[in-house]
Design a protein around this ligand. Structure first.
Ligand SMILES: Nc1ncnc2c1ncn2[C@@H]1O[C@H](COP(=O)(O)OP(=O)(O)OP(=O)(O)O)[C@@H](O)[C@H]1O
Ligand SMILES: [Mg+2]
Length: 510
């Protein structure tokens, strides 16, 4: 029996039909990557699997008594726990067994020796569960995800949102459920942690479903691809690059068959028109019947419109734009100290390095969102910055993209607002929908649109490719390439920035 079987799945939000009679199965040991353009319904599919969204129609059949783990970045956590305590709670059941064993031995010591057998059985079970390697396992996962660098004795309450998401991921991996469900797990990870997670997942015996737009990552972890496109879910066997080839071939095939059918239809219609009243009238009527009965192929929906981002520029000279001297950044505690670097006007720079803590903190400091702890940073007088922060945060989630853009540019007429949004890949229906109900990619595009409203000459971008699909990433890369101003960028996707930046600043820790 399959671990999960979905049949006849149909779901729509208003007029927006996501799937029509779609199906999907997950078998033992399958590593499935879920792909598709922004807004095709990947996150919704995961939520349907977990029961958070009830579809309009369809059966979702899980194998009974299966343990399923789902990465919920927004899960409630007890903030007074240390990270180590939180991670240990992944093994709650085993600690309970250990407690029971101790109690049994105590009672045996008081004379009740009949309990020793049960204690021994529990002991054996614990050993089989690898109870005595828990500390090593916690260490492996925390090292891999860069949590050890923060310190396992730090309390959850003292951590940033991104760090908390990592701790939740770590706990989930330690629990080793029989099926894992992930929605874009690389969004809050650094490059080295993405690499670690990829090798961890690829070696896993258990099955998983992972949504991702990070194709290097998918190529490493998935042996099946489920493509959500045009209302259907298609499962392909093989890795991501094989899927791309197959999909292109299938598409070309379809286009060929469709063209052939269209030709046939046209010729038949021509024949009928010429002959319906003449000598061959009977034949023409026969042809008409044939035509009526023909199963007609639908024209391939070519909705793949690439967004166009354009960052309006301000003049600049190529003198020093930013000077950072002995800078320390952080919160109650410094995360990074003694930073020293400068960036010249018009330079494009990526920041990499140090294990998992602080690149966002540095960018937040430079953008003036949090105070610096020591040292200084100075922008030249001509600099007008624009900042794209990593998280999708909205003050009011019920506001629509139309309202958000109008608020930022009260001088825009409604038509202009709509045009700007459309250019960034937001359809007119989505422009009228509360921002909180938009998909991750759609929200990121609105955020990008906001950034294009105000001319600047220094862009500070924190993981700008998160949530964006292939076409949107391409569009962003093109926009940055033609932007003449300075760009300071943090991204875990090396393929995105490698040929875009002239310089990589690698910051060592401490
Ligand atoms: N509660 C809701 N009300 C109305 N529309 C919604 C709601 N939730 C999602 N949608 C719409 O349904 C579509 C699918 O959303 P979903 O989040 O599943 O997309 P996705 O494939 O995960 O996209 P992305 O790649 O951007 O993460 C989107 O167009 C979104 O705007
Ligand atoms: Mg999504």
């Amino acid at each position: 029996m399959s671990l999960l079987e979905i049949n006849g799945l149909t779901h729509a939000f208003g007029d927006n039909l996501l799937y029509k009679n779609a199906e999907l199965t997950l078998n033992k040991g399958e590593h499935i990557g879920i792909v598709g353009r922004n807004g095709t319904g990947k996150s919704t599919l995961i939520k349907i699997c977990t029961g958070q969204v009830i579809p309009d129609a369809g059966q979702i059949i899980w194998q009974p008594r299966l343990s399923v783990g789902y990465l919920d970045q927004y899960a409630e956590m007890d903030h007074s726990l240390t990270m180590r305590e939180f991670l240990k709670s992944a093994f709650k059941r085993m600690y309970e067994m250990e407690g029971e064993i101790t109690a049994l031995y105590e009672r045996a010591a008081e004379g009740d020796t009949g309990l020793l057998g049960r204690a021994a059985r529990l002991q054996e079970e614990l050993e089989n569960l690898d109870f005595y390697s828990i500390d090593t396992r916690i260490e492996q996962v925390s090292n891999g995800l860069g949590l050890s660098a923060i310190g396992l004795d730090r309390s959850i309450g003292q951590m940033s949102g991104g760090q908390r998401a990592k701790v939740i991921l770590a706990k989930l991996l330690l629990e080793q459920p029989e099926v894992l469900l992930f929605d874009e797990p690389t969004n809050f990870l650094d490059r080295e942690h993405v690499a670690w997670l990829a090798s961890y997942l690829s070696g896993l015996e258990h099955a998983f479903l992972v949504v991702s737009h990070d194709y290097g990552f998918l190529d490493k972890i998935a042996n099946r691809i489920c493509d959500i496109d045009n209302g259907t879910i298609t499962k392909y066997y093989g890795i991501y690059s094989e899927f791309l080839k197959k999909k292109t071939l299938l598409r070309e095939d379809y286009v060929r068959q469709y063209a052939a059918q269209q030709r046939e239809i046209k010729e038949t219609e021509e024949f009928i028109r010429k002959n319906i009243a003449g000598r061959k009238s009977r034949m023409a009527r026969g042809r008409q019947k044939q035509l009526d009965r023909m199963e007609k192929m639908e024209k391939m929906d070519r909705k793949e419109i690439k967004p166009l981002f354009h960052f309006p520029e301000l003049p600049l000279t190529n003198t020093e734009h930013l000077a950072v001297r002995h800078l320390a950044v952080g919160y109650q505690y410094p995360v990074l100290s003694d930073l020293d670097f400068s960036i010249g006007g018009g330079q494009k720079v990526a920041i990499t390095g140090f294990n998992g803590i602080g690149k966002s903190t540095l960018l937040k400091t430079l953008a003036g969102q949090i105070p610096s702890l020591r040292g200084s940073y100075k922008f030249s007088d001509q600099v007008v910055p624009g900042y794209f922060e990593q998280e999708l945060k909205w003050n009011d989630k019920t506001m629509t993209p139309m309202e958000l853009i109008s608020d930022a540019r009260p001088d825009f007429a409604g038509k202009e607002v709509r045009k700007n949004l459309a250019r960034c890949g937001i359809s007119s229906e989505h422009a009228m929908q509360p921002i909180g109900t938009l998909s991750g990619g759609e929200q990121a595009k609105v955020k990008m649109c906001l950034l294009t409203l105000k001319p600047c000459n220094f862009l500070i971008l924190d993981e700008p490719t998160n949530h964006l699909d292939v076409l949107a990433k391409e569009a962003l890369k093109e926009a940055l390439a033609e932007f003449p101003g300075t760009v300071l960028l943090v991204s875990h996707e090396e393929v995105f920035y490698r040929d875009l930046v002239q310089r990589v600043i690698n910051i060592g820790k401490g």
